[in-house]
Design a protein. Structure first.
Length: 419
């Protein structure tokens, strides 16, 4: 691991004007997550022949795309393998071969996709797509959304039409899924992968992706904790109305102080973590983090967002972590397991209700081995049921090439007379 962690480049210390943010109270907390891969890995030939791939695109070009989405760049962490943009509405991550755009409120996330495809082609000579995902939790105020985001069927239709109109991308038919209770808490996912080559047995076959490094990429997985009804003590630090308007403390400085005060800065090991925080007035906090591994990689990302919505603020955290209680030799000794991470996050935010999802690339498991999604479900329960929560939903889903574990929990009501 290097002696010096990546530097945070500050872009803005001012809030986005209302006409740009298009976000009016109450604030919609659930985030729209768009993830698009232009190659299987950063070692793929289509990436290496263009130098640094998508990371070579000038920041101004990305900012022009984000204007379409209706959000602004506040600061950037430039890591070894990834750039993490902290936005006025969540986060944007740029790797050489893929992009992740997370936006909340009434942002027009999907309207940025056509421009992203054009940028990849124009600046990186990337004309095809390896796979694309779009997901979000059910909205609390869907009637306030703009463009295609008012209805899930409209979002799916928008994506289907966009990809059909660009056959050169080499994609097959997309598929939209609803996971969970339609009349309750649920999670929505759209998946599209390369078109089927038409093998006789119906199995999907793909042309091998040329790569400079023949090693198999590690499993790709993302965990999201989506929390609501935060406890009063947990909410209080995110209200900044008591600050003096003439104070010279910047939003980034205030965000860093909040992270230290409530423990966000200690969720991940400080020795190898670059944390970028921002405080919104009168209520709100947002952060990105990149974790540098001893082998020099910084492929682990963490995001945390709290914004006021309706009566109660809502929070979300996204991260990558190990599924069991062990740590790989290359990880820092104090890197938390998934079990520890869930406990730390829920201890800080004290949610009355939360959903946890694991989205992981499928692997051919050995006989007798527990599938990763079932391992995740066990970890979810171990972390939460003993901490005063009861599980209200559990769903495992298998997609083409990916598996999903989804679970919902709510705080147990105290029975009168209990100690």
């Amino acid at each position: 691991m290097s002696d010096q962690l990546p530097h945070v480049s500050l872009v803005s210390e001012t809030h986005v004007a209302d006409d740009l943010a298009t976000n009016i109270s109450p604030f919609e907390g659930p985030e729209k997550l768009l993830e698009i891969w232009f190659a299987e890995s950063a070692d793929s030939e289509v990436v290496t022949k263009t130098g640094n791939g998508l990371r070579s695109v000038p920041r101004a070009v990305w900012e022009e795309m984000l204007d379409i989405v209706k959000c602004k760049v506040l600061s950037v962490i430039e890591g070894k393998e990834m750039d993490a943009y902290l936005l006025s509405e969540s986060s944007f991550f740029v790797s050489p071969h893929k992009l992740i755009l997370k936006t909340c409120g009434t942002t027009l996330n999907l309207y940025g996709l056509p421009r992203i495809l054009d940028i990849a082609a124009e600046h990186c000579n990337m004309h095809s797509v390896y796979r694309c995902f779009y997901s979000r939790k059910s909205f609390m105020f869907p009637e306030r959304q703009l463009g295609p985001h008012k209805e899930w069927t409209t979002e799916v239709g928008y994506l289907d039409t966009l990809f059909k109109e660009r056959p050169g991308l080499g994609l097959g038919a997309g598929a939209g899924y609803t996971v969970g209770k339609v009349n309750g808490d649920h999670w929505l996912l759209y998946v599209i992968e390369p078109e089927d080559s038409g093998s006789e047995d119906g199995e999907q076959e793909r042309e091998p992706v040329a790569a400079t490094n023949k090693t198999t990429p590690p499993p790709d997985y993302t965990v999201e904790i989506l929390m609501s009804k935060l406890g009063a003590p947990a909410r209080r630090p995110f209200f900044y109305h008591e600050f003096d308007e003439n104070s010279k403390v910047t939003p980034h400085e205030r965000g860093a102080a909040t992270a230290e005060e409530i423990g966000i800065a200690s969720i991940l090991p400080k020795s190898c973590t670059t944390l970028d925080s921002f405080a919104f007035e009168p209520c709100g906090y947002s952060a990105n983090a990149l974790i540098e591994h001893p082998l020099g990689r910084d492929t682990t990302r963490f995001t945390s967002h709290q914004r006021k919505g309706g009566v109660m603020p809502r929070s979300s955290a996204t991260f990558r972590s190990k599924l069991d209680s062990t740590r790989p030799p290359s990880s820092p000794n104090d890197m938390p397991t998934l079990l520890e991470l869930i406990k730390r996050v829920t201890s800080i935010f004290q949610p009355g209700h939360l959903s946890v999802t694991l989205f992981v690339s499928s692997e051919e498991g050995e006989d007798g081995h527990v599938p990763p999604i079932e391992t995740a479900q066990r970890v979810f329960s171990r972390a939460l049921v003993g901490g005063g929560y009861k599980r209200t939903d559990k769903i495992n889903y298998e997609f083409g090439g990916y598996d999903l574990a989804f679970a919902s929990f709510e705080k147990k009501r105290r029975v009168e007379g209990e100690n």
